[in-house]
Design a protein around this ligand. Structure first.
Ligand code: GAL
Length: 435
């Protein structure tokens, strides 16, 4: 009798919860601001030969080193928290109880121990799985094992699951798989951020239903894998701008569009292109998952990735994603509404020939004319921190931007109070210093 009443109460509670969460984001209390951390894929790929590549193979050693550095080199202090394993951590077979298991040579201590280690540093551990029969690199997929795999991850103390969509079968199986894994994670009772690639795999056949995706996932990839190349960053931005009408409004606390990893600190992007990636990932309210080698990273790249003013824009509590306002000649003007009526503004120069170019625009372009009405203070955040002083709604800004680079600003509206008489700084010609 006691059990029957208990399970009836449980069922009622479950229904109340379903009704409460019915319309919004995945309400697991996580990812209230975009997730920050480190993810191995873009930099370390599927390197499994530890005899040949001892320093870069996918092994517990690599993740322990990254966890150490995240603490000792200030990454954790500025908000990077999740140390995430991508594909290629698994053994090619499940164990005798059908559970996933790590490769015994590369992860001899097991994932539970690795999670304990990462937690002892005050960080969190992310892991990778796949909705289909096999992962993209050919390791065991979770199809048919969603509950078991979610429970295994929870038992190990995992805090984030990146769930890929390779080898998924039909579109219905893809959708069912993403939904079922979300429910399975919730059932474990452990707080696990759920990072999906659902819309990316759906798009070629179907238009994603973002309201539904947000209901099940904390973030979701929409577009192709990022590479350490300007073309890749540029294409990701262009895709996002072209689809902004359907993806921007859905983002918010608990659920984010994921344009993929930050590749800053690697080989392929010029300094200006790295500035562009950081600035625009802040505008897009993107998860900041670095994929680089924290053991070998230039002071410049570290400065950029740890820039508190950019991170504050990315993590702004209002949680609104930014968008492209205009594209003129080779310039793009983006803005993101921030809390307190402020705006982040990015001016990107897409021209890949010649030198720095000047883009001129009126402050009335920003925030539908409200950002500088009646007045505002403007701070340049990137390429360097500079105070641009006070402006008003008729100010004209002439901003010099390097080829493929970006100037990032924060515009804070100033109200009209009797003792607050702004001294205007109109028609200022600005030449940002380059580091
Ligand atoms: C891709 C995924 C990448 C990476 C890779 C691993 O499909 O988009 O981010 O996880 O699989 O095999």
């Amino acid at each position: 009798m006691g059990t029957a009443v208990g399970s009836w109460r449980g069922a009622t509670l479950a229904w109340v919860l379903v009704l409460l969460v019915g319309a919004g984001a995945l309400e697991n209390g996580l990812a209230r601001t975009p997730t920050m951390g480190w993810l191995h894929w873009e930099r370390f790929l599927c390197s499994t030969d530890c005899a040949r590549e001892p320093l870069s193979c996918i092994s517990e050693h690599l993740f322990m080193q990254m966890a150490d550095l995240m603490v000792s080199d200030g990454w954790k202090d500025v908000g990077y928290e999740y140390v995430c394993i991508d594909d290629c951590w698994m053994s090619l077979t499940r164990d005798d109880q059908d559970r996933l298991q790590p490769d015994p040579e590369r992860f001899p201590s097991g994932i539970r121990k690795l999670a304990d280690y990462v937690h002892s540093k005050g960080l969190k551990l992310g892991i990778y799985g796949d909705v289909g029969n096999k992962t993209c690199a050919g390791f065991p997929g979770s199809y048919g094992y969603y509950d078991l795999d979610a429970q295994t991850f929870a038992d190990w103390g995992v805090d984030l699951l990146k769930f890929d969509g390779c080898n998924y079968g039909t579109q219905d199986q893809l959708a069912e798989g993403y939904r079922n894994m979300s429910l399975a994670l919730n059932k474990t009772g452990r707080s696990i951020v759920y990072s999906c690639e659902w819309p990316l795999y759906m798009r070629p056949m179907q238009k994603p239903n973002y309201t539904e995706i947000k209901h099940y996932c904390n973030h979701w990839r929409n577009f192709a894998d990022i590479y350490d190349a300007w073309n890749s960053v540029k294409n990701t931005l262009e895709w996002t701008a072209l689809h902004q009408d359907s993806i921007v409004d859905v983002a918010g606390p608990g659920g984010w569009n994921d344009p993929d990893m930050l590749v800053i600190g690697n080989f392929g992007l010029s300094w200006d292109q790295q500035l562009t990636q950081m600035a625009l990932w802040a505008i897009m309210a993107a998860p900041l998952l670095m994929s680089n080698d924290l053991r070998h990273i230039s002071p410049q790249a570290k400065w950029l990735l740890q820039n508190k003013d950019v991170i504050a824009i990315n993590q702004d509590p209002l949680g609104k994603q930014g968008y492209r306002i205009t594209k003129e000649n080779n310039f793009e003007l983006w803005e993101r509404p921030l809390s307190g009526g402020a705006y982040a503004v990015a001016v990107l120069n897409r021209q890949e020939i010649g030198g720095p170019q000047i883009f001129s625009f009126s402050t009335s372009f920003i925030g539908n004319g409200l950002a500088c009405n009646p007045a505002c203070s403007i701070q340049q955040i990137l390429p360097t921190s500079e105070d641009w002083g006070l402006h008003n709604w008729v100010s004209f800004l002439n901003i010099e931007v390097n080829p493929t680079g970006t100037v990032l600003l924060k515009v804070v509206v100033i109200g009209e109070t009797p003792d607050e008489k702004p001294v205007m700084n109109i028609n200022k010609k600005l030449s940002p210093d380059i580091l």
